[in-house]
Structures are given as structure tokens and as C-alpha cells.
Design a protein around this ligand. Sequence first.
Ligand SMILES: Cc1cc2nc3c(=O)[nH]c(=O)nc-3n(C[C@H](O)[C@H](O)[C@H](O)COP(=O)(O)O)c2cc1C
Length: 222
Amino acid sequence: MQNIASNKPWIVGITGASGTVYARRLLQVLLDERPELEFELIISEAALRVMREEEGISVSPHSVTKLQLEKIIGAQTDRVRMHNNRNIGASIASGSYITSGMVIVPCSMASLAAIANGFGQTLIHRAADVTMKEGRKLVLVPRETPLSVIHLENMLKLAKIGVSLVPAMPGFYHQPKKIEDIIDMMVMRILDQMGIELKIAKRWAVGEEVSKSKTTWPIRSI
Ligand SMILES: Cc1cc2nc3c(=O)[nH]c(=O)nc-3n(C[C@H](O)[C@H](O)[C@H](O)COP(=O)(O)O)c2cc1C
């Protein structure tokens, strides 16, 4: 699969699996530490529901305003273009709109199934389909446990065509002291797959210390 190494925008999809905090942290770190990058953001209705349940963030699915978006992400969002998941006529629904690729974090099993089987009925699913057909980088962060044969088959199908699967399965070899350390390790592994090297957590190297990201927690202001 071709990875267009450029400063074209990255598409970020947030779907309704547990762990929307990974997406918010990913965006916050990228906005703070990669000023040259722009983002096309789509948040599914289910993701907004999960944000409400898990993080107490309450946003109407039909009107995510700029202010609300800044509250969700906890950073300046001038370089983030927000799309409605129902707008299948958006720029990113077409392969002629060039992007660096797409990351879906977290990726629900429902979205995984839609993407693995070519259903492009929402903008997230269509944009993922376009990303694959154009041979651009697609990174999925699936989250479910336990996994059924259907989930595994869908993942295998996507892995076979070069989609990067980065399950939200945090490791503990960096000896996390707090939940933010676990999230940052996961986010760094996602960034690695996007080809964006940021050292926001401790990598496995004996005797090496982590150089902390300048992006500090907490990540939201509501
Ligand atoms: C609080 C909450 C947590 C959920 N966690 C998961 C999960 O971890 N993995 C998953 O595949 N679905 C999970 N779901 C179910 C999805 O949100 C549901 O299948 C939804 O239709 C996914 O839609 P989307 O892919 O368009 O976002 C969860 C739902 C809720 C309300």
C-alpha cells in the first residue's frame, strides 16, 4: 500500500467503540506538535454517545460547533475541518481529493465490518473505502473483547490488503504510572503506523529515558 508522505490532510474518523479518549489525545498531540498538518474530522453519532458515557462530554450529533469541537479536543482546531458523517458528498468522499491517509480511532466492530465488506453508506465508511481504493494509508484502531470469528475474519481481510490494524491493546512494559501514560503509549503506536514519529511515551530501549511531549494533560476544558 502506498503511503503518500506529504503534508496533505489526514482524515480522522472517530467511531463508537470504547476509548474515544485515544482519538482526542491523538488530535491534540498532532495539532500541538505537527503545525504543518491539517485534518478532516468525522465523528459518528455512536462515538458522540460513547464520549458522553465515558467522558461526560455532551454534544449534539447534528451541530458540533467550532467551540464544542475545541472543548472536545482541548486544543485549537483551526486546522481541523469537521464533516457530518451523513454528508456522503463531502470532499473526502472522492478519491480526487488527495489526502495523506486515514485513521479510525477507535474503530467499532460495526465500522470494521462495513469497511471490510465495502459498505460506504456513511462518510467514515466511504472515506475509508476511498482511502483503500486509492492505495493510501489506512490505520484502524479496533476495540472489542472478546473477539468473534467474524471480527477476526474482517480484520484478516483488511490486513491482507495492507490496512494497519492497531488494536487498542495497551502494553505495560513501559511501566505506566497513570492512565495518561497508557493512553500516550497507545497513541504513539498509532502515530508510528501513520508514519509520524513523536516520542510521547517510553519506547523499549534499555536505559533510555522518555523525552516528554510538550503537550500536557488534561486534554479538555469542560
Ligand atoms: C458506551 C458504549 C461503548 C461501546 N463500546 C464498543 C466497543 O468497545 N466496541 C465496539 O465494537 N462497539 C462498541 N459499542 C457499540 C457501537 O457504538 C455500536 O455498534 C455502533 O453502532 C457503532 O457505530 P459506528 O461504527 O458508526 O460508530 C459501544 C457502545 C456504547 C454506547
